[in-house]
Design a binder for this molecule. Structure first.
Ligand code: FMN
Length: 419
């Protein structure tokens, strides 16, 4: 069954139509302290504490002969609906973990998405991705919400905050850093991270180092840190065995999960990921600090390449009359001061990222939306949305390919070991 999609009526829009739990029953307030209530289990409404993905827990997974399979978070609602399905997926070779994106959500939306994921995957690993590059007030509110909800881990993407690591330690929640260099990996280890996500140049969305392919990054990170490393960026089902052979604790896939039948992304977002060739993928300059970012080529990215700019427009259609965190102007100041090229230029350069990403994920606007993607998009075959695999089917395919891949690896090592 195709997951319920976001339906729209008039100018009033509710971001999630298929609320999986009754918000009227919500009784866990977001408090300002970081003491996590002593909840060790998940109730049917998804409330409670998820197991913690600590460094020790990862060690146990590896000793049991398995690896981690993490679904990477995709901001502004692209990965909504996936975390619980990935965390609940059965696998012979992997322990799976889902990541909910906190970026662009209100605390209430984050809490709802987290509880939904945990209700779908009781006892499964469900983490939250946050970016310190966002407005600090939002960052702190979202981090506190995630900690009070008892997530399995917090993983930090674009921007670096040392504070969030302290908050995690105070709450007994593992912290993971996304890194694009061995130097950053060493820094996160010193600061007390539990594990690292090494994200190579092939990744989707904002890219840390556009020159450093994942295989080289993994080597660099492993030589600078003893923390468990999850490899991310451009990984397709058939690559998993090769990265595991590099000694990583697991792999993270994001783009490949977009093309699953049971995620919430708009059907047009999924269709934009089918049957694409090398010419359909572009690297743009984002309004976030001028970072490079990978996207599916469309009229919008062509317009950006031609130098057009797109000042912010009202987002009341999505956030309602109270706006985002009480901010109702067209520019909701989603990014930290000085990090938004659009606002810094008084809206005369660049584009409003929230407008562009929401138009893609929620409205499926293939003309004015920005469709972030990873390099592995070129390996997702042509097809229709109805024909896409479910998350569980994809995980089973990974299992099967890994079985073949490990046989190949063993055959290779046997060959190289023979005289
Ligand atoms: C549509 C899209 C949105 C993303 N949003 C975020 C984000 O908000 N925060 C983040 O840390 N990474 C984000 N990423 C990066 C992914 O989580 C992932 O690490 C990266 O894309 C590598 O995996 P992939 O090549 O399998 O997509 C995004 C990627 C995509 C494709």
């Amino acid at each position: 069954m195709v997951a319920p999609q976001h339906s729209r009526s008039g100018s009033e829009t509710v971001p999630y139509d298929a609320a999986p739990y009754d918000s009227a029953r919500e009784d866990i307030p977001v408090t300002d302290d970081l003491v996590v209530p002593n909840r060790t289990d998940t109730d049917p409404a998804g409330r409670g504490s998820a197991p913690k993905l600590t460094r020790d827990a990862i060690g146990e997974i590896l000793r049991a002969g398995k690896h981690l399979l993490v679904q990477g978070a995709m901001g502004l609602h692209v990965s909504d609906g996936l975390a619980g399905k990935v965390a609940a997926a059965k696998s012979a070779r992997f322990v799976t973990a889902g990541t909910v994106s906190g970026v662009g959500k209100t605390p209430e939306l984050l809490r709802r998405e987290l509880r939904r994921a945990r209700a779908e995957a009781p006892g499964g690993y469900v983490g939250v991705n946050l970016m310190a590059a966002i407005n600090h007030l939002d960052f702190e509110r979202l981090a506190r919400t995630a900690l009070v909800e008892g997530v399995s881990f917090i993983v930090q993407g674009a921007g670096i905050s040392r504070e969030v690591i302290r908050w995690c330690h105070d709450a007994g929640t593992p912290f993971a850093g996304i890194v694009s260099s061995g130097r950053l990996a060493a820094m996160y280890e010193k600061w007390g991270a539990d594990f690292l996500v090494a994200e190579g140049a092939e990744a989707g969305g904002h890219i840390g180092d556009i020159e450093l392919p994942l295989a080289s990054l993994v080597e660099d990170v492993r030589s600078h840190s003893s923390l468990p490393v999850v490899a991310a960026g451009g990984i397709d089902a058939s690559d998993v065995a090769a990265y595991l052979a590099q000694g990583v604790a697991g792999v993270q896939l994001s783009t490949r999960f977009i093309a699953c039948r049971d995620g919430d992304a708009h059907p047009a977002f999924k269709t934009m990921h089918l049957g694409k060739g090398a010419d359909d993928v572009v690297v743009i300059t984002s309004c976030v600090k001028g970072m490079k970012a990978r996207a599916v080529r469309n009229a919008f990215t062509d317009a950006l390449a031609a130098g057009d700019h797109f000042p912010p427009r009202s987002k009341a259609w999505f956030f309602g009359k109270d706006g985002y965190g009480g901010r109702t102007k067209a520019c909701i100041e989603c990014l930290g001061t000085g990090l938004c090229k659009c606002r810094a230029s008084d809206f005369h350069e660049s584009f409003c990222i929230t407008d562009a990403l929401l138009r893609a994920a929620i409205l499926g606007d293939t003309v004015r939306g920005l469709f972030y993607t990873g390099q592995s998009v070129t390996r997702i075959p042509e097809g229709t949305v109805q024909e896409l695999k479910t998350v569980q089917e994809l995980v089973l395919e990974l299992d099967r390919l890994l079985e073949d891949g490990s046989h190949r690896t063993h055959a290779l090592s046997a060959a190289s070991a023979s005289p």
